[in-house]
Design a protein around this ligand. Sequence first.
Ligand SMILES: O=C([O-])CC(=O)C(=O)O
Ligand SMILES: [Mg+2]
Length: 581
Amino acid sequence: MEKVTNSDLKSSVNGGVVDVYGEDSATIEHNITPWSLSVSSGYSLLRDPRYNKGLAFTEKERDTHYLRGLLPPVVLDQKLQEKRLLNNIRQYQFPLQKYMALTELQERNERLFYKLLIDNVEELLPIVYTPTVGEACQKFGSIFRRPQGLFISLKDKGKILDVLKNWPERNIQVIVVTDGERILGLGDLGCQGMGIPVGKLALYSALGGVRPSACLPVTIDVGTNNEKLLNDEFYIGLRQKRATGQEYSELLHEFMSAVKQNYGENILIQFEDFANHNAFELLAKYRDTHLVFNDDIQGTASVVLAGLVSAQKLTNSPLAEHTFLFLGAGEAGTGIAELIALYISKQMNASVEESRKKIWLVDSKGLIVNSRKDSLQDFKKPWAHEHEPVKDLLGAIKAINPTVLIGSAGIGRAFTKEVIEAMSSINERPLIMALSNPTTQSECTAEEAYTWSKGRAIFASGSPFDPVEYEGNVFVSTQANNAYIFPGFGLGLVISGAIRVHDDMLLAAAEALAGQVSKENYDKGMIYPSFSSIRKISAHIAANVAAKAYELGLAGRLPRPKDIVKCAESSMYSPTYRLYR
Ligand SMILES: O=C([O-])CC(=O)C(=O)O
Ligand SMILES: [Mg+2]
């Protein structure tokens, strides 16, 4: 008999068709997990959030699933349960209490959580998402009850594949991962950044219809430089300064490899809230080998481009005729700038380099100009144009005469009265986007934008604001948040079996979103559709993205469906209760 060597075993194929548990694909060095699956019933069924229906179990289900006596006699339907929960949630005074109540619901009865979220998306989005999720991350240690998501830390070096196998679901389609270094505009929150992947994936299911069991939130804990957290007795992460350099990139590389080994080529990895220096590098490093998407760079770019494309109807001038000024030259700022340049280059049949000249960025040192080029980080270099130095935003507005002003620096209230007035003196309808999150970091409020521009601004913001009344008119600003894009974008990648993300897909997503803005929206001054129809919007985005994947030859799921919108709609998760046999 031939001797089987270690290297023969190592080269075993990556996941056979029936290798659901990754046992065949595991190399000899990796232990496998002894999975056992059983049908949930009785007491354990009530404690299984995926299948629990609480008081909605029918009489028949109570008989067949050993639930008699474990529930009070009444049978409620999902609608009434929803009403009761919404009443309860509205009683809480503080958003954080609502957040905690919703988290508990998610942990107790997943379908009811998603039903509630989908049916009341405009009311509940600010709770499970920005701005409340930011506060939740800041206080994550104190409000911690049960872990959500997968925590991978420096302690797991060399064992990440095994850690992945501890997660109870095998068929994962989307991972959102953060290292917690730049949570919204709140900075380094270390391991407590977990609230973000959890919240983003809740939106993947609620807004984009990706099955919750196919979503995996991950936080990679490499330490934190946040002194306050390091000294907080309730901090949940590693109590050490951030690992950097080789130690950092090795851990990330192990993670990226383990993910692909465990879940295959089609797993989507969304990078979220990494600090600039790592975000750009990770995206560049893995975009050719993995299905990766950076939400802060690419998702934000696509959503902002959608708003600008749609605003052409209000400003009556094509994007190529605009001049853009950014406050902030990080992930969001340069990501948006690059996508605008790509769009304009296609609109004008010009080069991207030429198109970039319409776009100016201001960072903490002032306008980005040629004379600063040597000291600029690489991702800022394409934006260094010929101009004399200008040291602040107001000076830059006066020097550049922008028609569009975009804030993405995470600096709250940086759009002062003078700034808005300067924009309004140059433009009949100044386009102003205050993208930083959460609300405390917003560059200005909706009220400030409308009041200081005397009702002339076209305004959108990263975090939500209530409608504003100014001189008898009601202005409904919209939320230029990547939540419009990533759920549908991810769904499009999943249904087409895409293996890589291409920039043209971001354009496709932006065009789909812009195409969903109705006359009714425009009449209210909105440049985005309202969130209440987000599932329909997501289906259109998904369809456009999937179509692009097929066109580019990047789709792995063949044949191409005839009606992709229908395909997207029909593959969306629905949280309506199912009957159990
Ligand atoms: O989470 C949000 O609201 C948008 C986003 O990605 C960020 O601000 O980092
Ligand atoms: Mg983000």
